[in-house]
Design a binder for this molecule. Structure first.
Ligand SMILES: Nc1nc2c(c(=O)[nH]1)N[C@H]1C(S)=C(S)[C@@H](COP(=O)(O)O)O[C@H]1N2
Ligand SMILES: [Mo]
Length: 332
């Protein structure tokens, strides 16, 4: 993560016809992800309920022969609610941070090819009344919604990604957290045979992350299973990853195999690797510099020049209430 960011977007690994990824309609909805909309989505209209009704989800091929994905919703808009264009599919799948494979953003796609994501299990345990192991097929039974979110890496680049997934809250409600549960801890798969980057012994594997329980229960917090209406490719965290759009990208942990409800604040992978640089909250804040660079602006992948970074990555209205009384200048 401390590596100099480069301006190359990796070569094409997956060829995709632009007509497949260019939405037919442009519809700007400032509040597409709000609870009211999510409630509509739960009735089966997906988020397209606030956009053009006629956009029909495409049936996608399964990533693995053994597992049938349900039809996943395809993007219903060409831009986010602020009017910024979606990053292309090609860019999203060829410029990645996934240190289990490599620290080179342009090489993750190639090294993660063939990563086995089926069968896949996510063990949910800790301070809950109903411990349970979810197979990927169980996770796909939660209604899959489209969520267009900005992803802001702590390295000061960003993308606009049309995710597919479901609010983490739905899963947490099913396992019934106990009153002592205050945080949620997440763990990525640790498999040295498949993940060549695990040989870097300067890090303490597996990759892990954490959220406060109220952050985890927020409607914006997503367990993602796809992008652009297709199952997540390995390089983007297949088959299931977290997406927390108001926090720096490293909080959005990939390829999750374990979720635990705990009493104590978890120590994340980056807090462990460089505690003087990365803290638990990691909320996007243009006024708080990283010790080695400014966070005031960002480079939008596929865009030109730099743009201003927004407090909470532009989701202030939705999430500022979670941090009332906290000093936002502290990053830990
Ligand atoms: N397990 C794991 N999760 C991870 C990372 C990682 O190295 N390993 N990198 C993080 C960082 S720094 C970012 S910016 C995002 C990148 O997600 P993307 O490759 O889908 O754009 O994933 C996050 N999740
Ligand atoms: Mo990142």
């Amino acid at each position: 993560m401390w590596m100099q960011e480069r301006f190359i977007i990796g070569g094409s690994v997956v060829k995709i016809n632009p007509s497949e990824i260019t939405p037919e309609h442009v519809y700007l909805s400032r509040r597409r992800f709000l609870k009211g909309v999510a409630a509509l989505a739960a009735t089966g209209f997906a988020v397209a309920a606030c956009g053009p009704q006629e956009s029909s989800p495409a049936v996608v091929p399964t990533a693995e022969p053994g597992l049938a994905y349900p039809p996943l919703p395809t993007p219903s808009a060409a831009s986010d609610e602020l009017g910024a264009a979606l990053t292309t599919y090609e860019a999203i799948i060829n410029y990645n941070n996934f240190y289990e494979f490599t620290t080179s953003k342009e090489r993750v796609a190639e090294l993660a090819q063939g990563f086995r994501t089926s069968p896949w299990e996510v063990e949910v345990g800790g301070l809950i009344d109903k411990p349970r192991t979810f197979g990927l097929e169980d996770l796909l039974k939660f209604e899959q919604e489209e969520r267009i979110y900005r992803l802001r890496c702590v390295e000061a680049w960003s993308m606009v990604v049309p995710w597919v997934g479901f609010p983490l809250r739905r899963l947490l409600e099913e396992v019934e957290p106990r009153s002592g549960a205050q945080y949620v801890r997440f763990e990525t798969l640790y498999d040295p045979e498949q993940m060549p980057g695990l040989g870097r012994s300067s890090f303490s594997w597996p990759y892990e992350e954490g959220l406060r329980l109220d952050e985890a229960m927020d409607d914006l917090t997503l367990l993602a299973t796809g992008i652009y209406g297709k199952p997540l490719p390995p390089q983007n965290g297949a088959p299931v990853r977290l997406v927390v759009p108001w926090k720096y990208g490293f909080k959005s942990i990939k390829s999750i195999v374990k979720i635990e409800l705990v009493e104590e604040m978890p120590v994340s992978f980056w807090m462990d690797a460089a505690p003087q640089e990365y803290g638990f909250y990691a909320n996007v804040n243009p006024e708080v510099s990283h010790p080695r660079w400014s966070q005031a602006t960002e480079r939008r992948i596929g865009g030109s020049g730099r743009m201003e970074t927004l407090l909470f990555n532009g989701y202030e209205e939705e999430v500022a209430h979670l941090y009332e009384g906290m000093d936002l200048r502290r990053w830990y």
